[in-house]
Write a protein that binds this ligand. Structure first.
Ligand code: F6R
Ligand code: MG
Ligand code: MG
Length: 368
């Protein structure tokens, strides 16, 4: 049976700032998706949040970019904004809804989307990850570790069906172009690109031996879509695990190192990506630190068994502790780079105003 998994998310308002989704937004989304399940539009769903981003995970048989599925998500975001976020004056009500009217597909309209269609295997473990206060390039490091680093993923060396490696589809989000890069033989080319996390973003990963889809991310950059800063494009990721794909534990292993990502406070700072259970999926200190939740499901004819709250585990306590130490260390840099992002990556900046004010006070100096 061919199943499509669609994870569509948007920030349509937070409680007490950009902290967390209001439970009433989730309630409304659950009610609407339950109705869609009863009409047969979708097979199953799970609603959750990561910080101030409302997450709609759906399964169906309609393929990727299906207008009805996208409209379902869009209409939920609009209705929840009108009925809940606006009357309750939630912070940033409807902030990711960039367009007035739906036009067939939520791509380019503000919400983030990750979708993949596949033939459901005899057993089909699917993992979803959602991060807040960061950007889609945050997954680059994770996906590299999972699919190209044998020190992370033992299966690359010892599982015959993974031994040929994986193909990374990388988007240049400035030029709106994509390129497929084959690992392990083109690993250095891949790293040359995806180390630039604000521009080159891993969109999909395929197993090389048979071209099967392994992982898909949301690769939007809202600020590029809108041409001005309108909100953070906090990313999502769907991963298939086990039996010829990296094991669930090999995928999770990549999150054990809290690597530095962009997007903390005002979308303008770097900080460690901290894996947390759902109960801690809210952003507090300095509006962060950036955090990620992970949920694991077993699919059966598109039905979702689960979730397992993957980071709700003492095995990640040390990672969280390390993230807190790194957060302290980074915070002590205050407004200095590299804690603060470079001017071209900042989402708020007073620099033009400051430069304008000081314009007449700049005087020529001797070249050193
Ligand atoms: C939002 C975010 C936050 C805000 C910050 C200031 O995704 O990253 O850190 O940028 O709370 O928000 P405003 O300017 O709305 O007061
Ligand atoms: Mg927000
Ligand atoms: Mg957010």
């Amino acid at each position: 049976m061919r199943i499509t998994t669609s994870l569509i998310k948007a920030d349509i308002g937070g409680v007490a700032g950009h902290v967390v989704v209001h439970p009433k937004l989730e309630e409304l989304a659950r009610k609407k998706l339950q109705e869609a399940k009863e009409t047969g539009l979708i097979i199953d769903f799970y609603v959750y949040h990561a910080g101030d981003d409302l997450q709609l995970f759906m399964t169906h048989t309609r393929g990727e970019n299906n207008p009805e599925i996208h409209k379902l998500a869009w209409d939920i975001f609009v209705e929840a904004t009108e009925k809940i976020s606006k009357p309750l004056k939630l912070y940033g009500a409807g902030q990711d809804l960039l367009k007035e009217a739906f036009s067939g597909n939520v791509r380019g309209m503000g919400p983030g989307v990750a979708e993949m269609e596949f033939e459901e295997r005899k057993s089909e473990p699917v993992l979803v990850f959602s991060a807040d206060k960061t950007e889609p390039g945050a997954w680059n490091f994770i996906l590299y570790k999972v699919y190209a680093d044998p020190f992370n993923t033992a299966g690359l060396v010892i599982d015959p069906s993974m031994h040929a490696g994986f193909i990374f589809e990388v988007y240049d989000v400035y030029e709106h172009k994509g390129v497929k890069i084959s690992t392990p033989e083109e690993t250095y080319d891949l790293l040359a690109l995806i180390g630039t996390t604000g521009r080159y973003i891993v969109k999909r990963v395929y197993r090389k031996s048979d071209g099967e889809i392994a992982a898909v991310s949301s690769a939007t950059r809202l600020n590029l879509i809108a041409g001005r800063y309108v909100g953070k494009d906090d990313p999502v990721l769907i991963v298939r695990a086990q039996h010829g794909f990296p094991a669930t534990g090999e995928v999770l292993e990549a999150f054990a190192f809290p690597h530095l990502v962009a997007g903390w406070m005002r979308g303008s700072h770097t900080g460690p990506l901290m894996p947390v259970p759902l109960k801690d999926a809210k952003c507090t200190r300095f509006d962060g630190p950036p955090r990620v939740v992970g949920l694991g499901f077993s699919l059966h004819d598109g039905h979702l068994e689960g979730p397992v709250d993957l980071f709700d585990d003492p095995a990640f306590d040390e990672t969280r502790k390390q993230a807190q130490i790194i957060a302290d260390y980074m915070r002590r840099h205050g407004p200095f780079m590299p804690h603060r992002l470079g001017p071209e990556e900042m989402e708020y900046t007073t620099l033009p105003v400051v430069l304008e004010k000081l314009k007449n006070r700049f005087v020529p100096v001797e070249a050193e």
